[in-house]
Design a protein around this ligand. Structure first.
Ligand SMILES: Nc1ncnc2c1ncn2[C@@H]1O[C@H](COP(=O)(O)OP(=O)(O)OP(=O)(O)O)[C@@H](O)[C@H]1O
Ligand SMILES: [Mg+2]
Length: 439
């Protein structure tokens, strides 16, 4: 396939917690449209990276937001074991993660990725058909973003999944490219460089704080809105869902680790509701980190997670019964849930800043859903405001990756190269230069 056959570029952000896509036609490359039509999440740039399978883990019953929160789909007398909710399966591609998110026994995470992409493909086809009737997938170039630290084999795995999902050319697999997430984020941030008075040869750091990973890259602005990579991009498993994990550890201490483990096995959906509808909504998202603003939060198990109660036993049960099944969440509890992830993010930023001369980095841009956390942003500002002149949060932090990826590829299709690198190939272990960019 040549770039002249391509009419449309579709960028897919396959995220740990949320996924989405954006598209643009090469005739109007600046008009990048982010899909916001999702069942259950109308108007938002991404939907949940979640699948609901039948008892045999064969058929996908629901996907996206509906996989997690479709009420009343369980008929009377059917128990939770007849369904399997699969989430955070992207992290199974990360070879560094010791304790991978739980999957049903003998279930291959690649099936989940493929099934998820099949569902996503349905929405992509609908969107493209609406905008450009008759367009064939052969005229579409897909770009998929991947975390900075992923090894090359993960791209081969993803390519296979994308192929099985029916996106790409059977013979050549040639209508698929990859971009790293920080690279896509950096391109998205190009649009705000002038708002912060960045000029040619100025250098900035981009930190994509997602649900699973946090990815960083340092870039220098070149003439004509182009970018040069300055340091080796880096990343870590310290995204926002690791705060959720700390909440579960806290809960395990209150109700018993065994009780929580059994509950997780048998009533995963109820646990997810507790995380998303109680913890994220009332504890994680609003947490500012200011002690004087913090009001202790009551987790009333009877209202928020009554299904957990029968699993609790012994002294912990007696204690909780006495306290009317209310667990108090204090300031220090929440701070301790955030701090491990935040400390890792601060270390990653520090390492990137240390790898360039002092004061070289003029601006730091934070994108990704976790960058919406008032506590994380405050901690980052406090830690780095004396080393980096501008610390900013560009618009659309959650759609940054799809927008950046799309812009990158559409420019390549119309023969404009926007990324330059002088990092030796040896170190750029997870970057494959797109074929179309070789001229
Ligand atoms: N105010 C907030 N405080 C803390 N976390 C937040 C806040 N707002 C959103 N998040 C978290 O951001 C995450 C989603 O961000 P994003 O969509 O960038 O991640 P992702 O693309 O799914 O993950 P990754 O890029 O790591 O694969 C969710 O875990 C969500 O709970
Ligand atoms: Mg992401």
């Amino acid at each position: 396939m040549t770039s002249t056959d391509i009419r449309v570029v579709v960028a897919i952000d396959f995220g740990t917690t949320y996924s989405g896509f954006a598209y643009a036609n090469k005739i109007n490359p600046e008009e990048i449209e982010t899909n916001t039509r999702w069942s259950g999440r109308e108007g938002l740039p991404k939907t949940n990276t979640a699948l609901l399978y039948d008892a045999n883990c064969d058929q996908v019953l629901r996907w996206g937001e509906l996989a997690l929160f479709q009420e009343q789909r369980r008929k009377k007398n059917q128990d939770a074991e007849q369904f399997h909710i699969i989430e955070r399966f992207k992290l199974h591609l990360d070879n560094k993660m010791k304790q991978k998110p739980q999957l049903p026994i003998m279930f291959d995470y690649k099936k989940a990725i493929t099934d998820y992409l099949i569902k996503m493909k349905g929405v992509i086809e609908e969107s493209l058909e609406r905008r450009w009737p008759g367009l064939s997938l052969k005229q579409v170039l897909f770009v998929l973003s991947v975390p900075a630290e992923w090894l090359p084999y993960t791209r081969a795995v993803l390519r296979e999944c994308v192929f099985r999902a029916g996106f790409i050319d059977e013979d050549t697999h040639s209508n698929l490219e990859f971009i790293t997430e920080p690279e896509a984020a950096a391109i998205h941030c190009l649009s705000v460089c002038n708002e912060h008075d960045l000029e040619e040869n100025d250098t900035f750091l981009v930190v994509d704080c997602g649900g699973g990973t946090v990815d960083l890259t340092v870039r220098t602005l070149l003439a004509g809105n182009k970018l040069r990579e300055v340091t080796v991009r880096s990343g870590g498993l310290c995204g926002s869902t690791f705060v959720d994990d700390e909440f579960l550890k806290f809960l395990g201490r209150k109700v018993g680790i065994k009780a929580l483990g059994a509950f997780k096995e048998q009533a995963y959906e109820d646990l997810q509701k507790l995380i998303h509808r109680f913890f994220c909504r009332y504890v994680k998202l609003p947490f500012t980190g200011y002690e004087d603003e913090f009001e202790p939060i009551e987790l009333d198990l009877e209202t928020n997670c009554s299904a957990l109660i029968p699993y609790i036993s012994g002294e912990l049960k007696d204690k909780l019964e006495e306290e009317d099944w209310i667990i108090d969440i204090e300031y220090d509890d929440v701070k301790n849930m955030f701090d491990p992830a935040i400390q890792t993010i601060i270390r990653l930023i520090d390492a990137q800043l240390n790898s360039v001369p002092p004061n070289k980095v003029k601006a730091m841009f934070l994108v990704g859903g976790f960058s919406e956390s008032p506590y994380l942003t405050r901690r980052i500002k406090e830690s780095f405001e004396d080393r980096v002149q501008t610390i900013a949060f560009p618009r659309n932090p959650i759609a940054a990756i799809v927008k950046g990826s799309n812009y990158y590829l559409i420019k390549i299709v119309i023969n404009v190269k926007i990324i330059y690198s002088y990092i030796p190939l040896l170190f750029r272990c997870c970057f494959i230069w797109p074929k179309h960019a070789s001229n």
